[in-house]
Design a protein around this ligand. Structure first.
Ligand SMILES: [Zn+2]
Length: 788
């Protein structure tokens, strides 16, 4: 069986009957997390993919097999994308300096330089097998011996070089045998996959040559490259029945020992010949027996300045590796120097913690110690996930400072740095959120905004929606900012609807525009500050708004949302300005900022013109008097609000007359409720306390809101209320019968299958087929959720 869970809903486990007939020996995620490789003791390798882009729905589409040859190491081929993190530059304002793309060649390229996808595995009998995913969807597989004299391989690991080569490390499991390294080159020659191997320098463990420890640790139990992208540093662990020792080795260029005879030869001035040689970097003392090793994934450049950087910046994520021991404890050691950095005791393993009587009792009855069989770091190395010998899953927070007490500013800077990294790379920032305390949220949101504004226009545009999503998930963590999380969600929807509506505009045949109609609309709306919607409208070429076919009508629900949102925003303005919550916010960082207001204004103009062509697409408002032009009223107030929050002028508070007018709105129009907001049902908002949480598979969280109610509890709806399709902006009824999916990050709900037949709405749905508005992944909602 393979069990897959998303960290935000750990109780909702998706179990697949893997079809493997032997024990699964390796599991490997691809970079996007949408594919998984599994390999077993029978030589079977399977490639799993999400079906319908749902995290809780998987199927195996491809597989390869090596007859009865157990797989011991497995990896995806490298795609050539490598982004380095420069901790020493964390003070820089430029994202390009903090996170730079490293020149790294893919393992194999297709014509045109596109990286070829595929995987690579090493077997017990010393075979290396490569499967390439051909563009048509079929597999091209080949196998080759690592070396001519094939012997049993007990442990192996795979790494990649910047030049596009693959390096395999292998040992027969005895610490007195050498650890061998092989260069593997994969190529495609006349439609066939070809593998060439070459022997590289090998090494002997220090503990076997050390007379003090000779024969003390007979077995090599762990062999790992420090990272997949670094074939020049390797970590080795040798053990006996009760203890272990860990060594870190590095490949160095060294001058060839030159014979005396040649010393006065005319070769002076020529470059001295060099050879590659493994050198030991560091070793631990005798340790408790190691049960699992996890290496950090954060791509901090590996160098000997590591230690200085750590002491200068106090930044630890990505520098420590985790060792799990048979007594149940986990230690974090520096990955190169192997210095001790931190320790964790699992609750039932050690009786040393005072006052833990229940623990002591359990130890006597439960027999063997709880210890971790497998351990993995998250992308930013701020969380560790482990499986214990009882099959329980553990998620552990790893302090970014390794529990050194830091001042608030330093802590915030570290978290900010990692959030920026996730924003730039697109990695999920869930594990960073684990370390954000409610009192940090406000500061982090403001600082993130400041840093973002310092980037160039092009980069800002690329990150525009991602930063809103990060801010939204930050705001959810504190009761004080939970309402702003809703604003940020609204902004995401706003950006999406605006770009969709604008994309419908067609350039007129007779005009030869240098700008797209959408851009021209923005330009005209930005220049024309008139509060009369019709006066802004006459500047536009109405021909560009003429659409073929009936798509407008089908977008009515989105247009309605825009109308409702403007009304809601204006009607709530008096509360926002006069209420206490928002007064300490700088105007630039307000979630609904000048740019969003400008966007709304453009949309009202667009809707107005379309309404002339097709009245059926107009938003409907429940007005108190029949003669009232609601759209014009909203446009006028919106323009006034927009004018006092525009970016080119000094930010001003909305004047009293505007606020007075907004106060009157509820007496003129029926103000819609906030039903379109997604409900957050995940675990992250409950993880703020330091108290460990215990969850059960298959049982949705009935967690007590840590410390008196979770921040968002005020916003969850009563059980009898209507459910919403947050993406299509339609009601699903109190107990929806339609199968739905929800975002794993923001909780946004939408129907799995499209009820629409028109192209315009289909296009809108297509935009969200892989990811939610916020970039989060989808999960199928279990049918039982209605009865909850
Ligand atoms: Zn989402």
């Amino acid at each position: 069986m393979i069990h897959i869970i998303d960290t935000e809903h750990p109780w909702d486990v998706f179990s697949i009957n893997s079809g493997h007939t032997e024990v699964i020996s390796c599991l490997e995620w691809d970079q996007s997390g949408s594919r998984l490789l599994s390999a077993d003791g029978d030589g079977q390798i399977k490639c799993w993919s999400m079906t319908d882009h749902l995290v809780n729905s998987w199927e195996s589409i491809l597989s390869s097999s090596l007859d009865r040859d157990p797989i011991i190491a497995l990896s995806w081929l490298h795609n050539g994308v490598k982004l380095a993190l420069h901790v020493e530059m964390s003070g820089s304002t430029n994202f390009g300096e903090k996170f730079s793309r490293v020149k790294f060649s893919p393992s194999l390229t297709l014509f045109g330089g596109k990286p070829m996808e595929g995987w690579l595995a090493v077997t017990v009998s010393g075979l290396v097998t490569v499967s390439l995913l051909k563009p048509g969807g079929s597999l091209l597989t080949a196998s080759e011996s690592l070396c001519r004299l094939r012997g049993r391989v007990a442990l192996a690991d795979i790494a990649f070089t910047g030049g596009g080569n693959i390096v395999v490390a292998a040992t027969d499991g005895s610490s007195s045998s050498p650890v061998q390294f092989y260069k593997v080159v994969v190529s495609v020659v006349s439609e066939k996959c070809r593998i060439d191997t070459e022997l590289l320098p090998s090494l002997f463990l220090r503990c076997t040559t050390d007379p003090m420890r000779r024969d003390k640790y007979p077995a090599v139990t762990h062999l790992k490259f420090l990272t997949r992208e670094n074939s020049e540093q390797v970590l080795l662990c040798a053990s006996n029945q009760t203890g272990s020792i860990v060594e870190c080795w590095s490949l160095r260029k060294e001058g060839l020992p030159v014979n005396n005879i040649f010393q006065h030869s005319p070769a002076v001035g020529e470059k001295q010949p060099t050879i590659l040689k493994w050198r030991i970097l560091s070793t631990t003392g005798d340790l408790e027996r190691v049960s699992a090793v996890a290496l950090p994934k954060l791509p901090i450049s590996i160098s000997n300045t590591d230690l200085k950087v750590t002491s200068d910046t106090k930044f630890c994520p990505g520098l420590g590796l985790a060792l799990a021991f048979h007594d149940g404890s986990i230690q974090i050691h520096h990955r190169l120097l192997l210095q001790f950095m931190g320790i964790y005791y699992s609750s039932s393993s050690s009786g040393t913690r005072p006052g833990d009587e229940a623990t002591l009792k359990r130890q006597r009855t439960s027999g063997p110690f709880l210890h971790f069989k497998a351990l993995q770091f998250s992308w930013t190395s701020l969380a560790l996930v482990g499986i214990d010998n009882f099959g329980k899953l553990h998620m552990l927070r790893v302090s970014p400072s390794m529990c050194q007490v830091l001042d608030m500013n330093t802590t915030l800077r570290h978290l900010l740095f990692l959030l920026e990294y996730c924003m730039v790379t697109g990695y999920d920032w869930w594990d960073v959120l684990l370390h954000v305390l409610p009192n940090m949220v406000h500061n982090l949101v403001e600082k993130l905004h400041e840093e973002y504004m310092r980037q160039n226009q092009a980069l800002q545009q690329v990150l525009a929606t991602r930063i809103v999503a990060v801010k939204a998930s930050l705001c959810k963590l504190s009761a004080a900012t939970a309402a702003r999380a809703c604003d940020f969600h609204a902004k995401l929807l706003l950006i999406a609807i605006s770009s969709t509506l604008k994309s419908l505009l067609r350039p007129h045949v007779l005009s030869t525009p240098d700008k797209s109609p959408g851009d021209r609309l923005s330009e005209i709306c930005a220049k024309n500050t008139d509060t009369e919607i019709d006066k802004v409208m006459i500047n536009l070429k109405t021909e560009e708004f003429v659409l073929d076919g009936p798509p407008l009508q089908s977008l009515q629900q989105l247009i309605q949302w825009v109308g409702d949102f403007v009304l809601y925003l204006l009607a709530n303005l008096p509360n926002q300005v006069r209420g206490a919550g928002h007064t300490n916010l700088s105007p630039e960082s307000r979630s609904i900022d000048g740019a969003s207001l400008g966007m709304l204004r453009e949309m009202l103009v667009m809707i107005r013109i379309w309404g002339l062509l097709k009245p059926g697409c107009l938003p409907t408002f429940t007005a108190m008097s029949d003669s009232q032009d609601s759209l014009q009223l909203l446009f006028r107030l919106l323009t006034k609000l927009w004018l006092c929050s525009r970016e080119d002028g000094p930010p001003q508070e909305p004047d009293e007359s505007l606020i007075d007018e907004c106060c009157l709105l509820p007496s003129q129009l029926l103000v819609p409720s906030m039903d379109w907001l997604p409900v957050n049902d995940g675990v992250i908002v409950r993880l703020q306390g330091k108290i460990p949480l215990k969850l059960q598979f298959g049982k949705a969280s009935s967690l007590p809101g840590a410390g008196g109610g979770s921040p968002l509890e005020a916003l969850t709806r009563s059980p009898g209320s209507q459910k919403m399709d947050n993406l299509r902006c339609v009601f699903l009824g109190v107990c929806p019968t339609e199968e739905s999916k929800a975002c794993t990050r923001c909780g946004c709900v939408t129907m799995l299958r499209s009820p629409n037949k028109t192209n315009a709405m289909k296009q809108w749905e297509q935009r969200w087929i892989k990811n939610c508005l916020c970039g989060g992944l989808w999960r199928r909602i279990p049918f039982t959720s209605c009865s909850r």
